[in-house]
Design a protein around this ligand. Structure first.
Ligand SMILES: Cc1cc2nc3c(=O)[nH]c(=O)nc-3n(C[C@H](O)[C@H](O)[C@H](O)COP(=O)(O)O)c2cc1C
Ligand code: SF4
Length: 520
């Protein structure tokens, strides 16, 4: 029999935490507490993004939410024996998480509620500032909403960094009876997970952002194009959409305003190219994911031939903050033309991987060492790849580069969706260049020759360069390296979309900074 008021315990339901045992921890906690007659309320929250500490359990005590981690199912009995439910000391005790230095130094705007709230509880969402943005938007003319987003300086977080407000203005200005919001939740970049974290840990933020986007451009229907590899996110979104409808935040009469907006989730079949916006639209329409020739832009002729605002999850989930707190508040974060905050995703060979949301301008050094704590292997860090599989590699000598669009572009690099993957000094950069070309060959939609044929020829060239390196170290693959460079030119200038067009970034940066690896 249970006794006393239930103690609230948070055990993340985030799929990364689940992949390393969080479900087992929740089950064990429930079973042990029943056996001991202790009343607990287990809440499956999202992750705070401190992935090296997952499964990270939090206990609500009168003083604070006290964290313990990483907790394995086998630790639960011992933690209860030593007074975890009272926040007692234990080797796994992390203290008051709200005061944890790794989190306190961040500037979480888009991800402010991650790990904090119950993602399925709309009241919890509202208590933590949710739906204030929509309330503001419902009181504004559409043009004013668009103006607020323009003024905020928000640029698309999916990779291309196009100004969101300008895109919305184009859709707004189209005289069509039917317009759409298409949320790109394909999150195909290696080393990225912020979209997934939002959809699993704060799904109402995306729903609210899409609803505001609909009001701004005059769209009544939204689609979320979700990658098939995200079943947890699919479940979280389905439950949140149902709940939002039941509470009048979606449907025919938004919050009693007489306005209409609804959202449907569509699951992709799993192809990197389906993240490219025109392929995504093809796939959403039920066809093979193949790139469309532009113009026309999706903002003019997009889904089912209608004006469509295609935006990334993070872009859309950031909009409520802008509407709730004002364009100037958001624009005050950041540097130069990179305004606001960026959820950086730190992964690879790093001690403390996870989500770091900061104003643009944090350097690679600060991210890798201050937040990441250096390599997980304990060896020297040699390189990072920024912006997914099509992003450039930077060597340690460039780690003072600020993480913002213009500074990276000046180094022939890109920020993409904000993924940063760390490599130690055992990495073979020639192999990484080959991998980039092989990735392009495997994922190419096949529509244009520079990408379809160029990537395959690039893999063959890399095989020759690596064979020469093994046979005659130091003598180098001179003519083949020159040919590789030429091939990169052709792919960069002749490809129809970013897959073929940006594959030269990792290849060329590897050649520029790590040429020795190509020569042996
Ligand atoms: C090969 C390729 C893959 C892409 N994958 C994604 C993706 O997974 N998610 C995403 O949001 N954008 C992706 N993009 C960018 C989209 O084409 C598009 O710019 C973005 O969805 C627009 O939203 P935003 O303006 O909010 O960033 C990809 C682009 C290319 C060229
Ligand atoms: S660059 Fe590659 S993925 Fe893009 S359209 Fe051409 S073949 Fe398709």
């Amino acid at each position: 029999m249970n006794s006393g008021a239930p103690v609230t315990v948070y055990v993340p339901g985030d799929s990364s935490a689940v992949s390393i045992g969080a479900d087992g921890v929740a089950r064990q906690l429930d079973a042990e507490c029943r056996r001991r007659g202790r009343a607990v309320r287990i809440v499956r929250n999202g992750s705070r993004g401190m992935y090296w500490l997952e499964p990270l359990v939090e206990v609500v005590t009168p003083e604070a939410r006290v964290g313990y981690g990483p907790v394995m199912p086998g630790d639960v009995a011992n933690l209860l024996d030593t007074g975890m439910l009272e926040g007692a000391p234990h080797p796994l005790r992390l203290g008051d998480l709200a005061g944890h230095a790794w989190l306190v130094s961040q500037q979480r705007l888009t991800g402010a509620r991650l790990g904090v709230i119950d993602p399925q509880d709309i009241d919890d969402y509202r208590v933590h500032g949710g739906y204030l943005g929509l309330a503001a938007a419902l009181s504004m003319p559409a043009q004013e909403i668009v103006r607020a987003v323009v003024d905020s300086g928000l640029r698309g977080r999916g990779g291309a960094a196009f100004p969101t407000g300008i895109k919305w203005q184009t859709v707004h200005d189209q005289p069509a009876a039917q317009k759409y919001i298409a949320c790109n939740a394909d999150e195909g970049d290696s080393g990225t997970f912020s979209d997934r974290m939002i959809m699993e840990g704060d799904p109402f933020a995306l729903i609210e952002g899409m609803t505001i986007a609909g009001l701004a451009v005059g769209a009544t229907q939204g689609y979320i194009y979700l990658r098939v590899e995200y079943p947890h996110a699919a479940r979280a979104l389905a439950a949140a959409l149902k709940c939002a409808r039941e509470h009048g935040y979606l449907g025919a009469d938004l919050c009693g305003s007489g306005r209409h907006f609804d959202i449907t989730v569509r699951i992709g079949a799993g192809a990197y190219i389906c993240g490219e916006e025109t392929s995504m639209l093809e796939s959403l329409e039920g066809r093979r994911g193949e790139v469309r020739v532009r113009p026309p832009l999706p903002a003019i002729k997009g889904l089912f031939g209608q004006p469509t605002a295609v935006n990334n999850v993070i872009t859309l989930a950031t909009v409520p903050v802008i509407l709730a707190r004002g364009a100037a508040f958001y624009r005050d974060f950041g540097v130069g033309k990179s305004r606001g905050t960026i959820p950086l995703q730190l992964g690879g060979n790093v001690k403390q991987g996870g989500l770091v949301e900061r104003a643009f301008g944090l350097t690679v050094n600060q991210l890798v060492y201050d937040y990441g704590g250096g390599s997980a292997s304990g060896r020297a860090v040699r390189a990072v790849q920024i912006g997914g599989p099509l992003g450039a590699y930077l060597p340690e000598s460039e780690f003072d580069t600020p993480l913002e669009y213009e500074a990276l572009s000046a180094k022939n690099a890109l920020l993409g969706h904000g993924g940063v993957v760390v490599f130690d000094d055992t990495v073979d950069m020639a192999r990484m260049a080959r991998y980039a070309l092989e990735f392009c060959a495997v994922e190419s939609c096949g529509k244009c020759t520079p990408c379809r044929i160029g990537s395959a020829r690039g893999v063959e060239l890399m095989d020759r360069i690596m064979a020469t390196r093994a046979r005659a170290p130091g003598e180098g693959g001179g003519p083949d390296i020159a040919l590789l460079d030429e091939l990169c030119d052709t792919m960069a200038s002749g490809s129809l979309c970013g897959l073929g067009g940006m594959t030269p970034f990792p290849v060329r940066s590897a050649l520029q900074y790590f040429r020795k690896d190509f020569l042996g």
